[in-house]
Design a protein around this ligand. Structure first.
Ligand code: TYM
Length: 343
């Protein structure tokens, strides 16, 4: 079976973009692949954080994976910091990753600009190397993510190729290793729709956890009345009828895509269903569809959270499986780089 790995940062609560862009596809993939889904808590401290919030958001995120339909009997669900190989491999990779590659990352440019480039923690720059470590440790074939992570996955591929060339093959064999590739070259897997869910208040910006206004996003745990209000107040335009491919109407395209994804109807069907509708007719219909889609997820979430022991046991079991797989890769890398084995 091919390997799949992905993760979400436990900052704030998960939103519909995380779900439609990533988690929903994980659910579909878990039957066909050998899957690892990680709550990437080490990534969540690259910007200033509140310890209490991290603690809460990490457990919440793991519970939301399960509530979204990830089956812990099929998939390994774990917390990144529980498997120390992630931080360790990140260091080894970092030392061979050109700084220039990291400075080019769009997310680094955006986030460092907003925080003051000289003041941000060094982790914000090296963050994509930690992500590469997450992926490469598991011999991952496919990484299901939204469009905003594409550049980071390309970087992971570049790092893997550079390492394979430098430390793999014959050189590794001479050190007693297996020879051949140290790392498998991963590929991004993006859904045809949903890879870029946009903000409710501006159809040209992506829905994000860090956007200031909570009205801009649909959180998976928003209660029905909040969802209704947010969708009702979502930005609209002066046109009648919804459309999918008019570049002047990013909000219409976004809300129609959300409608299609939560109802499971094809885009074409949604376009013909809504072609004559006013916003006033469409929005309540969309709100109902979103609420109906999230309701079972929210119910499962509540029952998971009632039993702390259950979640902890899933995470412990996931960490065991992950540790075993990751440990093998890390041993290879240590050997290939010339570190003395511990007796
Ligand atoms: P994060 O936590 O920002 O987002 C988690 C996942 O949600 C997707 N996503 C979106 N998809 C569609 N529309 C949106 N508006 C939207 N916003 C977010 C993201 O693309 C992502 O798939 N660096 C990663 C986490 C990470 C990771 C990894 C992912 C760390 N290590 C290893 C895969 C493999 C991040 O910050 O995602």
């Amino acid at each position: 079976k091919q390997r799949v790995l992905s993760g979400v940062q436990p900052t704030g609560t998960l939103h519909l973009g995380n779900y439609l862009g990533a988690i929903r596809n994980w659910v579909k993939m878990q039957e066909l692949y050998d899957t690892f889904f990680c709550v990437v808590d080490l990534h969540a401290i690259t910007l200033p954080h509140e310890p209490r919030d991290l603690l809460e958001a990490t457990r919440k995120s793991a519970a939301l994976y399960i509530a979204s339909g990830i089956n812990p009997d099929n998939a390994s669900i774990f917390v990144q910091s529980h498997v120390t190989a992630h931080a360790e491999l990140a260091w080894l990779l970092q030392c061979y990753t050109p700084i220039g590659w990291l400075r080019r990352m769009i997310q680094f440019k955006e986030k460092s600009a907003s925080q003051g480039a000289e003041e941000v923690g060094a982790g914000l720059l090296t963050y994509p190397v930690l992500m590469a470590a997450d992926i490469l440790l598991y011999g991952t074939d496919l990484v299901p993510v939204g469009a905003d992570q594409k550049q980071h996955i390309e970087l992971a591929r570049d790092i893997a190729e550079r390492f394979n060339a430098k430390f793999g093959g014959k050189k590794w064999k001479k050190l007693g290793g297996r020879g051949g590739r140290l790392f498998k070259i991963p590929e991004a897997f993006m859904p045809p729709t949903g890879a870029r869910v946009m903000s409710l208040t501006d159809g040209t910006k992506k829905m994000s956890k860090s956007a200031e206004s909570d009205a801009s996003r649909i959180n998976l745990l928003d209660p029905p009345d909040v969802l209704y209000g947010k969708i009702k107040r979502a930005k609209t335009d002066a046109f009648v009828g919804l459309e999918y491919d008019n570049p002047d109407r990013p909000e219409a395209a976004n809300l129609l895509a959300i409608y299609s994804l939560v109802t499971g109807k094809s885009t074409e069907d949604c376009v013909s269903e809504t072609a004559q509708m006013s916003w006033g007719d469409f929005k309540p219909m969309l709100a109902d569809a979103v609420i109906a889609h999230l309701e079972p997820l929210q119910q499962r979430y509540s029952s998971i959270m009632e039993d702390e022991g259950y979640l902890d046991s899933i995470l412990a079991q996931g960490a065991d499986k992950a540790e075993e797989a990751a440990g093998r890769t890390l041993d290879n890398v240590r050997q290939a780089m010339g570190f003395v084995p511990r007796r």
